[in-house]
Write a protein that binds this ligand. Sequence first.
Ligand code: SAM
Ligand code: SF4
Length: 333
Amino acid sequence: MIDTFGRKINYLRISVTERCNLRCRYCMPEEGICKKTHEEMLTEDELISCVRAAVSLGMTKFRLTGGEPLVKRNLLSICKRITEIPGVEELCLTTNATLLPDTAEDLVRAGVSRVNISLDTLDPRKYGWITRRGSLREALDGIDAALHAGFAKVKLNAVLIGGFNDDEIPALADLTRKWPVDMRFIEMMPMAGNTEFGPEAYIPYTRVLEALPELVPVSNKSASGLAGSLPGGMPEQNGVAKLYRLPGALGNVGLISPVNAHFCRTCSRLRLTADGKLKPCLHSEAEYPVKGLDEEEIKKQFAAAIYGKPEWHGNLSVTERSHALRRMNQIGG
Ligand code: SAM
Ligand code: SF4
């Protein structure tokens, strides 16, 4: 479907759970979440009805996220059922990777083709601090499992945090020389509940360009192959990321700038929360409930959410916070 601002909406990000085995400081409160009752959450059948409704409106790409999707007991069944739906072209997953060693191959067999893995630091002590309980070793083992499981693409995501990992930009980018992965740096978003960090922590994506002057802009045509400069040195926008490459690297460096250079004009996505709310925009408080509805009614809610998608999310800053009423683990980043 095309929305009121001419954008083709073909991508649905589905949060399968609000729960997580980590507690990243920018995402979740230390005490975890207020557990909702089973009855409040979407059932597997309702989730599949949502995907069918989405496909009937022209959506082709789906991503499972959370919370941590790998803590969801019936995740593999969900994946299999989604990839069996005619019209589903791609199923991807976003994860912290710590549980991937036991699940990566099953996920590939269930039809997941791409995986995005969060990795904010290569320092075990800092990893423990930012996740409040995670082990870097487990995350690295998960990345290793992903690289050997046969996914078509593995991407790593780091949230840029001034005073925490800005000194690691070269080391993180260097992973693209070691492994066939894209390394993407994401500006930290001032979600309503993310009040742990001061203004100095919100650094712009341009800090990556300053730290890595050897980066070469990548054109769309060469995004999965050799790097190629564009006239004027401007990178292509591939999805939400501006793409660059280090000389001799196996993958790209991507810069994702929701705060300092938003990409709302090309946004093609809707979000579905684990408790059955369609969100037309990550940063808007607007939600369209689908819990308890039949497939025809769900389809109407999808259409309403697409037509209700705002033109852009407004300015975001440490003082102008996201209008979303949820923490990131409750939306699905
Ligand atoms: N647990 C999985 C993971 O960490 O990859 C999936 C869910 S997590 C909410 C999805 C993504 O959102 C992660 O890459 C995470 O770093 C990102 N994220 C969470 N809070 C954020 C924030 N305040 N600003 C920017 N990215 C954020
Ligand atoms: Fe969990 Fe992912 Fe949020 Fe970290 S970013 S607390 S891993 S949901």
